[in-house]
Ligand binder design. Structure first.
Ligand code: NAD
Length: 243
């Protein structure tokens, strides 16, 4: 009940999916949570958190958010976008959004919040990567793999540069997790049932992950229980990458 007692935590992409589950769990564990999303309606139904309506692709808005918020103990950069297609099918708009949201937004959030973390003597940063790109290649996910590979690099770089400042930085690498945006991606294939079956088939456990299961890993990494862990890619993938 109090694994984050006394801590201030930011969770991005907190409107739905893994981010929402993490914001709710962090708050239940005693954190003062600032839940960030661009979707005001989704944030409005989130209890127990302070909410911040913010477009994470706007660097100036992130900088202003950092200035008025001050120091936090936990920063969970969870918001992300999944672009479909191999290299030749990838459109410029999806490619750019993949980097604007999955990569550049994390950089801007880190630049906004790491200085205060250093000043207060430390903190825990958790970045949302994926098995895709950060651990293995996944078919038809060129921009997504490229961007999540960059998240792995960001995580290691920040972990290494600030390990002496009390800052830890880890990444989470989920397999396929049930979420609203996953349902949209399945529907977009034209045969959601077949697409779901194919996604389930690549998970050796024979099911998709649940947002609450990933939130539990985020909680561990956010809390002092993981005090001896930094710079790591934490897979949570139903056994997908074990072979
Ligand atoms: P989701 O995609 O359903 O929800 C994402 C949330 O981010 C939404 O609430 C959305 O409003 C918000 N968001 C999108 N663009 C934004 C912006 N510009 N500014 C602010 N907020 C914005 O959630 P999910 O499927 O749980 O995915 C969360 C993270 O986990 C993503 O980074 C995703 O890449 C990663 N991930 C998901 C899966 C999966 O199978 N669901 C697997 C591996 C990794």
């Amino acid at each position: 009940m109090n694994r984050l007692q006394g801590k201030r935590a930011i969770v991005t992409g907190a409107g739905q999916g893994i981010g929402r589950a993490a914001a709710e769990l962090f708050a239940a564990e005693g954190a003062q949570v600032i839940a960030v999303d661009r979707n005001a309606d989704a944030l409005a139904s989130l209890g127990g958190c302070t909410t911040e309506i913010l477009d994470l692709t706007d660097p100036a808005a992130i900088a202003a958010f950092g200035e008025r918020t001050g120091a936090v103990d936990v920063l969970f950069n969870c918001a992300g976008y999944v672009d479909a297609g191999d290299l030749l099918a990838t459109q410029d708009g999806g490619y750019r959004l993949s980097f604007d949201l999955n990569v550049h937004a994390i950089t801007h959030m880190l630049q906004a919040f790491v200085p205060a973390m250093i000043a207060q003597g430390g903190g825990s940063i958790v970045n949302m990567a994926s098995v895709a790109g950060a651990l293995i290649g996944v078919p038809n996910r060129y921009a997504y793999c490229a961007s999540k590979g960059a998240v792995a690099g960001i995580t290691r770089s920040v972990a290494l540069d600030y390990v002496g400042k009390g800052i830890r930085c880890n990444a989470i690498c989920p397999g396929t997790v049930q979420s609203p945006s996953l349902d949209e991606r399945l529907a977009a294939t034209g045969d959601a049932e077949a697409a779901r079956a194919a996604f389930v088939a690549r998970q050796p456990m024979g099911r998709l992950g649940r947002a609450e299961e990933v939130a539990a890993l985020a909680l561990y990494l956010a809390s002092d229980e993981s005090a001896y862990t930094t710079g790591q890619m934490h897979a949570i993938d139903g056994g997908w990458t074990m072979a």
